[in-house]
Write a protein of this length. Structure first.
Length: 714
C-alpha cells in the first residue's frame, strides 16, 4: 500500500513540500511543476503534487514505472538532470512523450537527492514554448536548490516518524487568486469586454468556463447560465471533437496563444483565439465569414442528445495513443499487464482491473489492479463454458456493459457480487480474429457507458489483446530457446579434490536469438583437470548447434595436450564447414605438479589471481579462430598453479561494452577480481558478473568459469 491514514499523515510536512515545489517552479520561471515520490516497493513513481496544470492533463502520467522511458524515471534512476529543449528533442529522445504530448514546451526533470542511497523522488518542470532551447545556469541552480529543499523536507518527516507517502490522488495546487477589483474597476472591465467585437470567455486551468459574456454565449448557441462552470466540449456537443480539446491542451501546456475555427451547426463558422497564462485561458470568439474556412470541421456529435458520461473524444484519443505507445515497449506478458493497468485504472476512472487469458479451456488471471489476491483466487481457473460475463464476451466476441449492480444481476441472477463495485465493463481480447482472453474494468459507482466510451474501451481491449498475444508468443519462444541453450551447457560440474570451481552464464539475447557461448570442466584423473571456454560466432540456432559440436569435440579430445585438443577441434570444424568461426581457450591443470598448460584460439586472455591478491592478465601466444585454417597450430603456455591461485576464464560478453576500449575493460575486470580477493568463489563470480552488467549495456551473452586451487594435492 502506498497511502497512509489521516492519523499518520504529516500536514505540516506536506504543506512544506507543496510550498517547496511551487516556490521552485516560480523561481525558475516554469509554468508547470510536478513532484513524484516512490511507492512503498520503490518500483513505481507516483505523482504526489502538481502546480500550474489540471489533474486531467496529468492523469496519463500519474504513475511512472522505474524503468519507463520517461524523463523523470531516467532522472531518478540515473541520478542526473534531464533537459529537453523543445518538441523536436522530446520526440527524438522520448518518442512516447513526444507522441502523446506533441506541444511546444521545454522540460527539466531532476532527482531529489538523498545521502548514500538512491533519490527520494523526482521533480519535473515545464516552461512555455517561448523558452530558449538551453537551460540557463540560474535556472539549473534554482532546480538543484529546490530539490535539496524538498529532500530536506522528506528526510525530516521520515526522521520524525511521519514519512510522506504519495497520496491516493495527486494534490493539484491552485494558482493564487488575482486581486479582487473594486466595483468601479469590475464594471469597467466588464464594459471593456462587451465593447470588443464578438464575445469573450475565460477558462481555468482545468478548461472549465469561469466567465462568459452574453455575446459569447449567443455565438455559442447557449446561455450564460448553462455555460458557467462546465467544460465547453461537455456543454456543447458540437465542440466534443479531438481538434477543439487539442487546441486547449496545447495552449494550457505550451502557454502560447493559439487560434482555430470550428463549425457550429448548421452553418456558423466561429473563430476562437486563446491567450493562456498561469491562471487560465482568455478566449475571444468572433464569427468567421470565410477567411478560416479551410480549417473548418464538422462532427456527428452535433446531433448527439447530450454530453458523454465518459472521457471526451480528445481525452480518449490521448489514452489510446499513450497506451499504444506504451504497449509497443512491452516484451513479456507481465509487462503488458503492468503497463495496461498503469494506464487504464487512473486514466479512465476505473477502480479495478483484471486481465484473464484462456489456457486449456479455462480462464486464468494473468494480472489485476485494485482487487485483492484472495478475491482473484476465487475466479482463477473458471471453465470457459461457465455462464459468466467474462466467458460470455469470450464466446461471443462482443463486450457487455453493466451500469449498475441491478443490471448485472438481471442478466446473471446467479452472480455473486463480491468486489463492492458499482459498474462493470467486460471486454473480449481478440487477436488475429480469435479470442485470447477477457478484460474486466470495474468502477466504484454506477456509471452510464455512452456509445463513445464503449467504442474507446473496445479499442483499448483490442490493443491489449494484440500486445498480450505477441508477448505470450515471445515468452514461449524465449523459454524454448533458453531451454535449448541451457541444455547444451553442462548441468553440473565435476568435483575435484583441492579445486574450487564456479561458473556463471547470463544470456543477453532475446527471442530465438541463442548465444554460442559455452564452458566445460573435464576430470582427466585424480589430480588432473581440464577446462574450456568458447564463443561461437552468431546468435541463432545454427550457432547453438555448432556450440554443442565444439563442446563435444573438446570433450572427446580432453587429456591430450591443450594445443592438440584445439588442433583436432579445428580440423573437425573446417571439415564441417559451418560458415561460422569459434574462439576457444583450453587449459589443463596438474594439481600434483602445481602447473597449468594453456592454449588459445583467438579467445580473450584469462585472468590469473595470485594468493597475495594481485591479478595478472595472461597474454597467451595467439592461435587462429577455429574453423578458418585446417592446418592451424596452437602454441602452449605453461604457468605455475600453486595453492591460492585462481584462474578466470570468460567470454567477451563479460568485458565488451560499446564505446569502451577492450584492453581497458579487461584491466577493469582484473582490478575487480583483485578487489574481491578472498571471497567465496560463488560470491566472487557474482561480483564479476554484476560489475560487468553495471559497466554498461550488454549486447552479448556472458560466460564465466572460475577455478581456484584450494590446497595441495598429494
Amino acid at each position: 500500500m502506498r497511502n497512509v491514514s489521516p492519523a499518520e499523515a504529516d500536514p505540516a510536512g506536506r504543506q512544506q513540500m507543496e510550498r517547496a515545489l511551487d516556490g521552485t517552479a516560480r523561481a525558475a520561471g516554469a509554468s508547470v511543476g510536478l513532484l513524484y515520490l516512490p511507492g512503498s516497493h520503490g518500483h513505481v513513481l507516483y505523482l504526489a503534487t502538481a502546480c500550474g496544470v489540471s489533474r486531467e492533463l496529468t492523469a496519463t502520467w500519474s504513475r511512472v514505472g522505474w524503468e519507463d522511458p520517461i524523463p523523470v524515471a531516467d532522472a531518478v534512476r540515473e541520478d542526473r538532470l534531464v533537459w529537453l529543449g523543445g518538441p523536436e528533442e522530446t520526440a527524438r529522445r522520448y518518442p512516447r512523450l513526444g507522441l502523446v504530448v506533441p506541444y511546444d514546451f521545454s522540460l527539466a526533470a531532476a532527482p531529489i537527492p538523498h545521502e548514500g542511497t538512491r533519490a527520494l523522488g523526482g521533480v519535473v518542470l515545464l516552461w512555455p514554448g517561448s523558452h530558449p532551447p538551453h537551460l540557463a545556469p540560474r535556472e539549473r541552480h534554482v532546480i538543484e536548490t529546490g530539490c535539496l529543499r524538498l529532500g530536506n523536507v522528506l528526510r525530516r518527516a521520515a526522521e520524525e516518524g511521519r514519512p510522506i507517502h504519495p497520496p491516493a490522488r495527486p494534490v493539484v495546487l491552485r494558482p493564487p487568486p488575482p486581486p479582487t477589483p473594486g466595483p468601479v474597476e469590475a464594471a469597467s472591465v466588464l464594459a471593456f469586454a462587451r465593447r470588443l467585437p464578438g464575445g469573450s470567455c475565460a477558462l481555468d486551468l482545468s478548461g472549465r468556463i469561469t466567465f462568459v459574456t452574453a455575446e459569447a454565449a449567443d455565438l455559442l448557441g447557449s446561455s450564460v447560465h448553462d455555460l458557467l462552470g462546465v467544460l465547453p466540449w461537455e456543454a456543447l456537443p458540437w465542440m466534443d471533437t479531438p481538434l477543439v480539446e487539442d487546441h486547449y491542451r496545447a495552449a494550457a501546456i505550451s502557454r502560447l496563444p493559439r487560434s482555430f475555427t470550428a463549425l457550429r451547426p448548421p452553418g456558423h463558422l466561429l473563430r476562437f483565439e486563446l491567450y493562456p497564462d498561469d491562471s487560465g485561458i482568455s478566449v475571444r470568439i468572433t464569427e468567421d465569414h470565410g477567411a478560416g474556412a479551410a480549417t473548418r470541421h464538422t462532427d456527428s456529435a452535433a446531433d448527439a442528445p447530450g454530453p458523454a458520461a465518459g472521457p471526451s473524444r480528445a481525452t480518449a484519443l490521448y489514452h489510446l495513443m499513450h497506451l499504444a505507445a506504451t504497449l509497443t515497449e512491452a516484451v513479456h506478458a507481465r509487462d503488458v499487464v503492468e503497463r495496461a493497468a498503469d494506464q487504464l485504472v487512473p486514466a479512465l476512472g476505473a477502480q479495478a482491473m483484471a486481465l484473464l487469458v484462456v489456457e486449456e479451456q479455462r480462464l486464468h488471471i494473468v494480472g489485476y489492479r485494485g482487487y485483492t489476491a484472495e478475491l482473484m483466487a476465487r475466479f482463477d481457473g473458471a471453465p470457459t463454458d461457465s455462464d459468466t460475463p467474462t466467458t460470455y464476451v469470450l464466446r461471443e466476441g462482443s463486450p457487455v456493459f453493466f451500469p449498475d449492480a441491478a443490471t448485472l444481476l438481471a442478466a446473471y441472477p446467479s452472480a455473486v457480487i463480491q468486489d463492492g463495485m458499482g459498474a462493470w465493463a467486460f471486454l473480449p481480447l481478440i487477436a488475429s480474429g480469435r479470442p485470447v482472453g477477457s478484460l474486466v474494468l470495474a468502477y466504484g459507482r454506477p456509471r452510464i457507458f455512452a456509445p463513445g466510451e464503449r467504442a474507446v474501451l473496445t479499442s483499448i481491449a483490442g490493443l491489449i489483446a494484440q500486445a498480450l498475444d505477441r508477448a505470450r508468443l515471445y515468452d514461449s519462444t524465449h523459454q524454448l530457446s533458453r531451454s535449448l541453450q541451457t541444455g547444451l551447457l553442462p548441468h553440473s560440474l565435476p568435483r575435484i579434490p583441492g579445486l574450487d570451481v564456479a561458473a556463471r552464464y547470463l544470456p543477453a539475447s532475446r527471442g530465438l536469438d541463442i548465444g554460442g557461448d559455452f564452458y566445460d570442466v573435464i576430470r582427466i584423473d585424480e589430480t588432473t583437470v581440464a577446462a574450456a571456454i568458447g564463443d561461437v560466432q552468431g546468435h541463432n540456432v545454427t550457432a547453438a548447434a555448432l556450440m554443442g559440436q565444439v563442446r563435444t569435440a573438446v570433450h572427446a579430445s580432453a587429456g591430450a595436450p591443450p594445443g592438440e585438443v584445439l588442433a583436432r577441434t579445428n580440423r573437425l570444424l573446417t571439415d564441417l564447414d559451418p560458415g561460422l568461426f569459434t574462439s576457444c581457450l583450453y587449459v589443463q591443470i596438474d594439481l600434483a605438479r602445481h602447473q597449468a598448460c594453456l592454449a588459445t584460439a583467438g579467445h580473450p586472455p584469462p585472468l590469473l589471481g595470485r594468493a597475495d591478491g594481485t591479478t595478472e592478465v595472461l597474454h597467451l601466444d595467439p592461435g587462429l579462430l577455429l574453423g578458418i585454417d585446417r592446418g592451424a597450430t596452437y602454441p602452449l603456455t605453461e604457468i605455475r598453479f600453486d595453492p591460492g591461485t585462481l584462474l578466470a576464464l570468460y567470454s567477451d560478453g563479460l568485458v565488451e561494452t560499446p564505446g569502451t576500449d577492450l584492453g581497458d575493460a579487461i584491466n577493469a575486470a582484473a582490478a575487480q577480481l583483485s578487489r574481491s580477493h578472498g571471497q567465496p568463489l560463488a560470491a566472487l563470480a557474482d561480483d564479476l558478473t554484476r560489475h560487468a552488467q553495471q559497466a554498461g549495456p550488454r549486447t552479448d551473452d556472458i560466460a564465466l568459469l572460475l577455478l581456484r586451487y584450494g590446497h595441495a594435492v598429494r
